[in-house]
Design a protein around this ligand. Structure first.
Ligand SMILES: *Cc1c(COP(=O)(O)O)cnc(C)c1O
Length: 454
């Protein structure tokens, strides 16, 4: 029986990134970290909801796993190029995310002067492994360029990525390693596969620039949540053609940066695996470079969503219900938080989520839609006109509340979070070594008012 329920809620499955989650004998959601076990409904009752639960050990394990896969595969294939992982900070700039990654060997990618300023803080606090490298994307404002120079002078390995011709001129005094971003022609299946894209230079434009001093990295980033594994290889092949030609002009070039885009199985349907993608990338790079008679390129990935999403869940309490006449779902469940504020992608890009009951997990379920607490009719989650299966409130023991968890909320949602109707953001706790620590307190009315000048 227990096994059936675990299957129904898709827990304990490595390929769904739920291997650390399970159901206890009382039908409650539990999280396992080695010998420690956390009970989610107890945490929600203790800290209150809405509640974000951050799981640093998952983040660390994902990065370690990636390093292991790359190292094993390189050995198996005889691939000589060096690998680096760069965490794109925009995915989650919270300090508690960035620190464990950096201490496990991640490098960083920043997209703005303000993100780079955070790196400066870390660097000055000597929270860094001294060989760390930081790639700088995004529009190079004066402030941004000054900071780049300043950090290089302080000894940080910093690599600006040129995204348009003007930037090359602005950075002409820069003496360190440089990168350049190519805007590829290949299109991939992804929400972000736009016909036009303002980032980067075409291959033709790059090749016409002539020699670029200290050019090390050819960078591309084709989109996020790339749906098909084959697309990752198609763009790599296109980029390699530019890499090969560019090396003739700027022989210092030795690294390909494949950017981000590795997808997360939000809907808990089977997808491609990191083992398979790494093997195919390295097989391709090896073959193409050997055919071209050049060394195996060093390579960089900036898979942000892949690294960050599974290490956070968001927990809500169901505070009210409402009947729905003639629809795919029978009832609205109103949560004590907001999709528009706390999980903005639900509204912005119709993100689908895996929704799991936190208690009553072995009870009968029915079809519901979820609604947030803001006064906005768009503040809802209907699984794209489908429904969510959740336990019925009438089956709860008297006095009990039903809690739910939304999985994979560790990427992007925090930086997008907003204050529509001036609702408070969720309280956030981190779970590590058996201890729950509050890392963001619940906002009071006064805290929220302050943001608006009150
Ligand atoms: C956003 C971004 C990423 C991360 O993309 P994911 O889809 O989260 O992997 C990586 N590199 C660059 C340059 C980006 O802009």
């Amino acid at each position: 029986m227990a096994r059936n329920f675990r299957q129904f809620w898709k827990l304990g499955e490595k390929e769904f990134n739920t291997e650390f989650f399970n159901i206890n004998k009382d039908g409650e959601l539990v999280i396992r970290e080695g010998n420690n076990q956390y009970n989610v409904v107890d945490l929600a009752r203790k800290f209150g909801s809405s509640l974000e639960i951050f799981l640093p050990f998952i983040l660390e394990k994902r990065l370690d796993h990636l390093f292991d896969v790359v190292s094993d595969t390189s050995k198996e294939l005889g691939y000589k190029g060096k690998f680096s992982y760069h965490f794109p900070m925009k995915v989650n700039q919270n300090k508690e995310y960035v620190l464990p990654l950096v201490s496990e060997g991640a490098n960083l990618e920043v997209g703005s002067a303000n993100e780079l300023w955070l790196v400066k803080r870390l660097w000055e606090g000597e929270n860094f492994y001294s060989k760390i490298r930081v790639l700088c994307n995004g529009p190079k404002t004066q402030k941004y360029i000054q900071l780049i120079h300043q950090l290089r002078a302080a000894g940080l390995g910093i690599v600006p990525i040129i995204e348009d011709i003007e930037e090359l001129r602005l950075l002409k005094d820069f003496k360190g390693d440089m990168g350049i971003r190519v805007n590829l022609q290949s299109k991939v299946k992804s929400h972000w596969d736009k016909k036009v894209d303002r980032f980067g230079l075409t291959s033709q434009e790059i090749l016409e620039l002539g020699k670029i001093r200290n050019l090390k990295v050819l960078h591309y980033h084709i989109g996020s949540q790339i749906e098909r594994e084959d697309d990752i290889l198609v763009v790599l092949e296109e980029a390699f053609q530019t890499y090969k030609k560019l090396r003739v002009i700027s022989p210092t070039l030795d690294t390909i940066n494949v950017g981000g885009g590795f997808a997360i199985p939000y809907e808990k349907k089977r997808m491609y695996s990191v083992e398979s993608v790494v093997k195919r990338i390295l097989t391709h790079l090896k073959r193409m470079s050997e055919e071209a008679g050049i060394p195996h390129p060093n390579w960089i990935v900036e898979w942000g969503r892949y690294m960050a999403a599974p290490s956070q869940i968001t927990v809500f309490k169901i505070v009210a219900t409402k009947e729905i006449a003639k629809a795919a779902a029978k009832q609205w469940y109103i949560i004590d938080g907001s999709f528009m504020n706390d999980l903005l992608d639900t509204w912005a890009i119709h993100q689908k989520w895996h929704v799991v009951a936190v208690n009553q997990m072995k009870e009968k379920r029915h079809r519901v839609w979820l609604a947030g607490m803001s006064c906005d009719s768009d503040d809802k989650y209907t699984a794209k006109d489908g429904y969510v299966l959740l336990p019925r409130l009438e089956d709860l023991p008297p006095g009990d509340d039903l809690y739910i968890a939304i999985f994979d909320t560790g990427a992007y949602q925090d930086a997008f979070a907003s204050h529509h109707c001036l609702l408070s953001s969720p309280v956030k706790v981190a779970l590590q070594n058996g201890i729950a620590t509050i890392i963001r307190k619940r906002e009071s009315a006064e805290d929220v008012g302050k943001l608006f000048g009150w």
